[in-house]
Write a new protein. Structure first.
Length: 349
């Protein structure tokens, strides 16, 4: 559960340093800080290389969402499902500034442990003027509806309490029961979630997603420990000591960009593409975003930054029936995301 708070702390520091705007992250950070003080957890300064890596991660996920929604006709329904959502703020940022009259209706779903969702909802309740949403329902399903009339007819968000390790059949039932349409264009998002799960459970989940939502695509951000380099070995040892990397965990079974693309390909996403985060930083982020990062803070440890970024993977997969997913997975000058056709990219189809 601490990982959700850690992500908030890092994103808050990144926003404070000027890398990007997120008016909602401070509310979650303040709540996390109170909990940390109660537990006598000492906060540490966030390194520049971590903030820049966090900025790259945010930009890649945000761009994927924007391109996905931009490829859907305004008359259609778009579905976005965040697996292991934690204290993610993308939905609130979306309804605040990124939904216009030409946008499709966005049905947004967040899935996480009940405890995490209750913490998130508590922050939303305590900052009602900021989040500006109406809360409906209880139990395993909580719906958030924008109060702003201009956003009411453009989106809604459903929070589903579910442990991703507790079975895929139940999750598929919950997703459909929440209002998701199996035949509608759907984007799944997973950030540092599958590293904590046994690989066989992740494969079952991915297979169920691709089979149930046949016009779907998935975007993933995960660490990769590689196959023998010293930095990867150090990551593996540290995560093993922390209890993250069990013998059957995805972190140890899926060790490279090719492994991530291959797992997607083998679980029903018939086009899969993956690159390390340094390649993503150079290709997917815009010149303006990289310039903003440079202006926010001076990066002295460039070699260390490159090394760390090469040990994180950004991957996408698309089912055969998802024309939108196929377009997101293109390479070269026609790539909607900026994927370059070179050796740093793993693509299977």
């Amino acid at each position: 559960m601490a990982t959700a708070g850690d992500a908030v702390t890092t994103k808050f520091a990144t926003v404070q340093a000027g890398y990007y705007e997120d008016p909602f992250i401070a509310a979650f950070h303040n709540a996390s800080s109170i909990l940390a003080r109660r537990r006598n957890n000492q906060s540490r300064p966030i390194q520049v290389i971590i903030k820049r890596g966090t900025f790259a991660r945010v930009c890649c996920i945000e761009k994927t969402i924007e391109k996905f929604l931009g490829l859907i006709e305004p008359s259609q329904i778009a579905q976005v499902v965040v697996l292991g959502a934690g204290k993610d703020t993308n939905y609130f940022r979306l309804i605040q500034s990124r939904l216009g009259s030409n946008s499709p209706f966005v049905r947004w779903v967040e899935v996480d442990h009940a405890t995490i969702l209750q913490e998130k909802l508590s922050v939303i309740d305590d900052n009602s003027a900021l989040f500006n949403v109406e809360k409906l329902g209880n139990g395993d399903y909580i719906e958030l509806k924008p109060i702003d009339p201009s956003a009411q007819d453009r989106s809604n968000c459903v929070m589903i309490a579910h442990d991703l390790k507790s079975g895929t059949d139940l999750l598929m039932q919950k997703l459909v029961r929440s209002g998701l349409h199996p035949e509608a264009p759907t984007l799944f998002i997973s950030e540092c979630v599958f590293m904590y799960m046994p690989d066989n459970e992740t494969r079952r989940l991915l297979s169920a997603l691709s089979a149930t939502f046949q016009k779907s695509c998935i975007c993933q951000y995960e660490p990769i420990v590689g196959n023998g380099d010293s930095f990867g070995q150090m990551m593996e040892e540290n995560l093993s000591k922390a209890g993250v990397a069990g013998a059957d965990s995805g972190l140890l079974k899926v060790r490279s960009n090719h492994d991530h693309a291959n797992r997607l390909y083998e679980t029903g996403f018939t086009i899969a593409i993956a690159c390390d985060m340094y390649a993503a930083y150079e290709a997917i982020l815009t010149d303006e975003q990289r310039l903003r990062a440079n202006r926010s803070e001076f990066l002295d440890e460039l070699e260390e930054f490159v090394l760390i970024m090469k040990h994180y993977s950004f991957s996408l997969g698309s089912t055969s029936e998802s024309s939108i997913g196929r377009r997101l997975c293109t390479l070269g000058k026609d790539s909607h995301l900026g994927f370059e056709a070179n050796r740093s990219i793993s693509r299977l189809s």
